[in-house]
Write a protein that binds this ligand. Sequence first.
Ligand code: ZN
Length: 488
Amino acid sequence: MALQVYNTLTRQKELFTPIEPGRVRMYVCGPTVYDHAHIGHAKLYVSMDIIVRYLRYTGLDVLYVQNITDVGHLLESGEDRILKGARREKTDPMQVVERYMRSYMDDMDGLRTIRPDIMPRATGHVPEQIAAVEQLIQSGHAYEVKGSVYFDVSSAPNYGKLSGRKVEELEEGARVDVRAEKRRPQDFALWKRAEPEHIMRWRSPWGEGFPGWHIECSAMAGKYLGANFDIHGGGLENIFPHNECEIAQSEALSGKPFANHWLHAGSLTVDGVKMSKSLGNSVTIQKALHQYPAEVLRFFMLSSHYRSPIDYSEDALAAAGRGWERLIAPALAAQRALRQPPAPDNAAVDFSHRLENARAEFSAAMNDDFNTPGALAALFDFAKQVNTLLAAHPRPHDETLNAIAAFYWELAGDVLGVLPVESADPGGSAAREETLIRLLAEIRAEARARKDFATSDRIREQLGQAGVALEDGKSGTIWKIDAPTASD
Ligand SMILES: [Zn+2]
C-alpha cells in the first residue's frame, strides 16, 4: 500500500505524491520563543519528527524547514509575545529570543527529534516580508492605513478553504482602534506601524514598523521551499487564523496553490484539562524530561495517532513506561544472547519470514496516515515472536540475532526513536564496550591455555572492579555487565 495522508484542506485521506519524484519539501510552523516550551509543543514537534523520519525511511529526500518566530506574534491584548518576555525578565527582546531559542533546541535534542534542515528566523527575513507586502499592495490584495498594511480578505475568493469558516463569520480579535482603521473586520495585518514606545521596529516604505505573524511564514516558506511545496504541518490551533492567512497571502503572491498537503497534530491536555499558565498546569519539556526518559515520552505520544488529542497524566506516563519496557526488552535480550558463547551448528532457526512480515505490518500501519499505534502493535507482535524464539533457543546463530537487533535499530530506533540511543547505535559506546570485553575475555582464555594464571586472574579481577563479571561455563566464558538496565 502506498502512503496515504489525511489532508486538512480536503478533509480526507489521499495518496501522497511528491511534486518532484523522490523529494519532499516540508514546512512546519515553529515556536514563538518567549518562554520555555511545554509538552504541548513536544506533542506537535515529535509528531512532525515521526513524519519526517518515516518519509526518509521510505527513501524520500526530505527538505524540512521549521521557522523560529521572534517577532510579530501578538497576544490578544495586542502585545508582542517577545516584548512580554522581555518585560517579564527585564531584558532586551533579542536576549529573550536567544535564551528561549536555545532552550527550545535543548528540549528538542532531549526529545531526540531530528533537527530541521533550515530554521529561519522571522527577524532575519524582514526584507523578504517587506517585498511580499509591497507586491500584495501592487496587485490589489492589500492596502495601507497610517503606516499599517492590511490584507484585503475580499480579494481572496478561497479565503476560509482550510478552516471551513465563512468570511462573514470571521473577525480578528483586534483592539477597537485597530478594528476601526480596517476596511472590514476580517482583514488581517501584514505590517504594523510601531508606536513610539515599541522597541522591535524596522524601516519600511510605510514608516517604522514590524511584520505580522502570518506573513513571516509565507515569506520564509516561499524563500526556502518555493511557491508550491508538498507538506505544511502545524498544530490544530494554527489552522485559523494563522494557516488560513498564510494560504491567502501566498496564493495571492504566486497565483499557485501553496502547500499540497496540510497535516495538523492534535492537542494535548494535562489531567483532562487544557494546559494554561493561569491554571498552573503547564508542564515544561525540561520538567517532563527530568521525570521520564525521552523514549518513554515519545512512546506515550506515539501510542495515539498524531491527529488525536492525548491526555498527559502520571498514570498515562507510568503505563507508557511499562509498555515501552515490554517493547524493547526483546531487543536487549537479543543483544545479551549475542554475548553468550557461539551457537552450536544445530541451532539454526529460520526467522527471516517473521522479520519480513513484521516489517510489512509496520509499513502498512505507517502508510495509513502515519498510524503509529498500528506500527507499535506490529513491533509488539514481533517482540512476542522474539521472546518465543529465545525461550526455545537461548542462543540462536549470530546471523539471526544480528538481524533481530538490526530490525529494532531501524524501526524502533531510526524511525520511531523509542530505542535507547546506547542500544540503538551499533557504532556507539555500548557496542564498543562489548567488543572490548570480548577481546579481553579471549586474551584471558589464551592466557589460561598457556597456564599464565597471573594474567588471567588480573583480567578477571579488573573487569570485576569495572562491573563486568566473567563466568566460566562448560561451553565457554560468558559475562554480565552490571550496567543500568532499561528500567533505570
Ligand atoms: Zn507559521
